[in-house]
Design a protein around this ligand. Structure first.
Ligand SMILES: CC(C)(COP(=O)(O)OP(=O)(O)OC[C@H]1O[C@@H](n2cnc3c(N)ncnc32)[C@H](O)[C@@H]1OP(=O)(O)O)[C@@H](O)C(=O)NCCC(=O)NCCS
Length: 142
């Protein structure tokens, strides 16, 4: 199994995220170098998270477009929760584009609920502005 690197993370992110600007190798590299940031997964699906004090943030979660609906995203989300708990987090939050139905369904199934809304937060490649939904959950053992 190949390790996650900024290069292959950026490549998978670009394949997975088609309507927003993909994150670059330099952005992944800088995130991976920053304190409290961790990655889980492989070249089929990965999660990138950060824990600050008792709060975890899911920075991104992607599954290869050819391997979706096989539980890989949910598995990496679970691994993000496990790692975050070990690092001392008791809650987790994330931001997701309001029109990202697959991701919102995945997060809702994993126990996240909407806790906020940032109007016109994302600019799509098409130029359209999309709200960001903030979702969070408690990191109990569920
Ligand atoms: C969101 C994403 C990570 C889901 O990955 P995945 O590996 O296909 O997800 P899973 O197979 O683990 O799905 C788990 C559950 O999420 C929900 N779900 C996932 N994709 C869905 C879809 N297209 N439509 C509706 N529900 C969906 C379902 O409840 C699913 O369970 P089920 O298959 O038993 O019905 C993937 O679609 C992706 O990479 N999207 C592009 C990147 C992105 O938008 N990431 C989120 C950024 S915040």
């Amino acid at each position: 199994m190949q390790h996650l690197t900024p290069v292959n993370m950026a490549a998978l992110h670009a394949r997975a995220v088609t309507d927003l600007r993909p994150w670059t190798r330099v952005e992944f590299s800088s995130l991976m170098d920053s304190p409290h940031v961790f990655a889980c997964g492989d070249l089929a699906a990965f999660a990138l998270g950060r824990v600050v004090l008792d709060e975890a943030e899911l920075l991104t979660l992607v599954t290869d477009p050819d391997q979706r609906r096989q539980g890989l995203g949910a598995r990496q989300l679970d691994r993000f929760h496990e790692t975050a708990r070990k690092c001392g987090a008791v809650t987790a939050f994330l931001e997701v584009a309001a029109d990202n139905t697959p991701a919102i369904a995945l997060y809702a199934k994993a126990g996240y609920a909407q806790t906020g809304l940032r109007k016109a937060y994302y600019a799509k490649l098409s130029g359209e502005k999309i709200d960001a939904v903030i979702m969070s959950r408690v990191l109990d053992d569920a």
